[in-house]
Structures are given as structure tokens and as C-alpha cells.
Design a protein around this ligand. Sequence first.
Ligand code: ADP
Length: 534
Amino acid sequence: MQSLMMDAPLQIKTMLWRAEHLYGHKEVIARTDDGFDTFTLAELGRRARRLSNVLTDLGVRRGDRVGTLAWNTAEHLVSYYAVPCMGAVLHTINTRLSDEQIAYIIAHAEDTVLLVSKDQLPLLERLRDRLANVRAIIQLNGVVPTEGTLPVPVHSYADLMAAAPEAYEYPDLDENTAASMCYTSGTTGDPKGVVYSHRSTVLHALGLCTTGTIGVSEAERYMLVTPLSHVNSWGMPFACVLQGATIVLPGDHPVDTDYLAIIDHAKPTVLVGAVTVGMLVRRALEQYPGKYDISSLHTLWLGGQAPPIGEMKWWKQHHDIHVTQAWGMTEASPVLTFCGLTTANQHLDDEARFEIFGSQGQPLPLVELKLVDDDEREVPWDGTTPGEVLVRAPWVIRDYYDDPRSAASFMDGWFRTGDIATMTSDGYLTIVDRAKDLIKSGGEWISSVALENALIGHPKIVEASVISAPDPKWIERPVAFIVVAEEVSVDELKAHLKERFPSFWVPDRFEVIDELPKTSVGKFDKKLLRSEFL
Ligand code: ADP
């Protein structure tokens, strides 16, 4: 028997509708080049419709991809609604990727129009011959240069918006229509495309509004430092609009003292950012004691990596600020677990609570999760037996976009996360290792395999193995162990790698050893390297 309930599609425009009708007076406070652009959620809706008209005039149709190369600005936030609500697909491009990767994903996604902050124009000029599908570029800020070397017209966002009408009737869309795209950075080889739907976006946003998670609420003011250019800024631009929460955006190129000045000015209650952002802000506070008022903050939601417990304690002790974490990934919209205390844990003393806050927490409502061993057998939730985490949820991918590598990431309808974890009997997950051969430095991925291949390609190197070493500033840094055929200087090796990779990929340490330890099957034994040398 079928139900008689409405089949009302889950759509992003419904979240915007709620903000406009219930919370039209609530604010977005966005840092600009010369101050702050403070506007209401009602205005966000008006700007979104204007931008939809602009894009329609430039020929963007349903299903077309609109790329963004931009910071956390008002213009970028507007595109989060303008593009999906008109039925097109917002492709946020991670500006931290290499030129080669960005060229690949613009071509692979077949972006038709690019919304670009002015500092990204030189990048596009370098890629000018690889923008085959791009018909137009909209420069988001600053004066558009009259002379340029780009093969397509560059328009001024401000001029186009000023001339665009405010009315736009958003269509009703099937909830499985693609809403946005993001490419993974954590992979060897080309990035892999993830396509989010209206349905997954709405459900993920609702997940973030439930208690036991960050619990997005109208009463709070969220400063979104997590990039709008990567995994939808952890879904917060949607959850905040849905709930009418105040949004604070740090703008172009923020540095540590900018974060403090923004907190002082916009009075956020919750800061959402990568673990390294929390550490950056802490150091700036220590450097300028008493200069900035950060008393509005009560919570830091830090993620992308596990926040060190020492950092959590520092924030609690010095500012009575609670540090919380979630675990997730690009393929999962991204949030899968969130760390809070259940009633059974409320009685615990501070030390025991910090132990729990050091874990990645419990799965969000609607997220199913299991751990499997190397033979793909489920392991028990006993807090000690590790296994690869497999997940299933309405906001997890079922396939990568047009990618032959997809199959390896799935098992019987479950997504293989590549993270190794233990799980307690009450469902608290702790990531203990990574099956993927990657290093996460300052929240950004470095492929150890790609570095190893490049090093082995150097004529003076016989063998190379790159592992992750703990680092007080970046949490992890790559260290290269090499066996050499003849003497080679560190500068020479660094120059060799800099030609091929972004500079933050280049290891700070190169250790020359006689022989690399190997496992029984002849692979470099990275565990042994780690335990012997680090
Ligand atoms: P993001 O850039 O948003 O972190 P990615 O997809 O690039 O997303 O990275 C996801 C990976 O980051 C996870 O698979 C995991 O290895 C790591 N990660 C994310 N959050 C945490 C966390 N809280 N603790 C430990 N590792 C984490």
C-alpha cells in the first residue's frame, strides 16, 4: 500500500523561502576590502534572484555548471542560492588545488561561466588554453581590467547586478536534481567529482540543526571560516539560512589578526573552521593580549583533522570556550559524526570529558556506519578493534562523477571512507589511522605517493618513501626518507618538487638512509619508518 502523503520535493529554494518569510530581518555580515557589507536575509534572496537573471542572460540553462573561484564573501554566498535555485549546478573550485588540478576540474565539470575573485584572474590567465567550455567570466570584486589575455569576456559583477531585475520565479525541481559539485582534494591522481543533490543538501542541513550536533539555531551567530570553495563550507551556509541564524563571513585573504578583528566587530558566538584556524587564532591572541574582544564566542567547531586535546584545554581554560569536532569528507556533504555528550556522560569529570571530546563523536541522525577488517568482515564496537569505516546516508555519494575509479570506493551499497577507526559500544568513533596514503597538512591534502614518484624520478634517488610527522603548527608535515645513488642537496630536491607541486607539499625534512624497511610483500613499511625514525 502506498502512503497518501505529499511528495513535496526537498529543494534549496524552500530553505531560502523560510529565511525570507520568517527571518528576513536577520543579518549576513561579510568583510570586504574596505569594511563590512552587512545585509539581511531578505536581501540575500533579492541578490540571489538578480544573479539568477544575470546568469540566465549569459546563457546559463538548467543543468549547466557555474564554477566559482572565490573566498568567503557575500557574492559567493549569493551564488549558493542563485545557481541551484535556477536549476543550474554550483561548482565550487577549491582555490588551494594546483593549476593542473584546477584546469582538470574546470574541464571535467564543463563549467560554462566562472565567478571569480580578482586575485584568481592570473590563475585563469595561466590556464587560458584550457577553458574550452567557459563562455564568460564574472569578476566578483575590484575594477575589471580593460586589457587582458583571457579568451572569453570578463564582466563586472557589480555592473551586471546593478542592471539585473529582482524578480525571478524559481522553478520546482525534482529533489534529485544536481545542486552543486565539489572535487576531492584528498586523492592520488586527478581529483574526483562529487555531485550533491537538492535532496542531499536539505537533509544534510537538517542534520546540522538536530540536537547532539552543532544544532544550528536562530539565536546563534556563526562565523564561517571553512571555505565556501570546498564542500559547501560544511553545509553551514544552508543550515544557517534554513534557521535564520546570523552569518559572519571573513572575506578575501583573511590573516590571523583579521579573524580577531572580525570577531571583535561582528560578535559571532560560534566559529567554524579547520583545526589550524583555531591554532592560528590562538597564537594571534597570545601575541596581542587584550587587544581584541572575543568574549562573544562560546564554541569553536573545528574539523578536517582531529583537534589536539591540549588546544581544547587551552581554549576552555583561558576563554571558557568549548572546542567541538565533527568528522566527515567531501563525499559526505561533509558531516557524518559530531562529538557531544550524551546523558550517560554528563556526570564525568573534566578530564574524562576531554577524552570524549578528543573522539570524532557519534553518527548524525540518518547516518549508518560500520567498521570492517582487511577481509571485509565487520569488527565489534568494543572501543579497541580498528576497522575501515563504511558509511551509508542520504547525503553520501553513490558514485563519483564520470570516473572509472569509482567502483573501488564502494562495497555492497556502502561507501568506503578510507579512514580506520575504533568505535565504543555507545557509538563514539575514534579515527586511528588512514588507509589512504595521504598527509593532511594545515587542513590540506598532500599525496605521499605523488611525492614518492616524483622523488624516484630524480636521477640521484634510488628509493623514496614519504610519511607524515606530527607538527605543532600544521598538525602533520611530510618527511621524505630517501636512498641515494649519489650525493644530492636538500635545495636541489626541493627545487625538483617545487616544479611539480604546490610549495606546501614540499617536505621540510629529507632523511637519507641506507635502505628503506619493507613489509613481507615488499611494500615500504611506513609503520616501521614512523616508529623508528619519528
Ligand atoms: P575536508 O577538506 O572538508 O576535511 P576532505 O574530504 O578533504 O574534506 O577530507 C576528509 C578526511 O579528513 C577524512 O576522511 C579524514 O581522514 C579527515 N578528517 C576529517 N575530519 C576529521 C576529524 N575530525 N578527525 C580526524 N580526521 C578527520
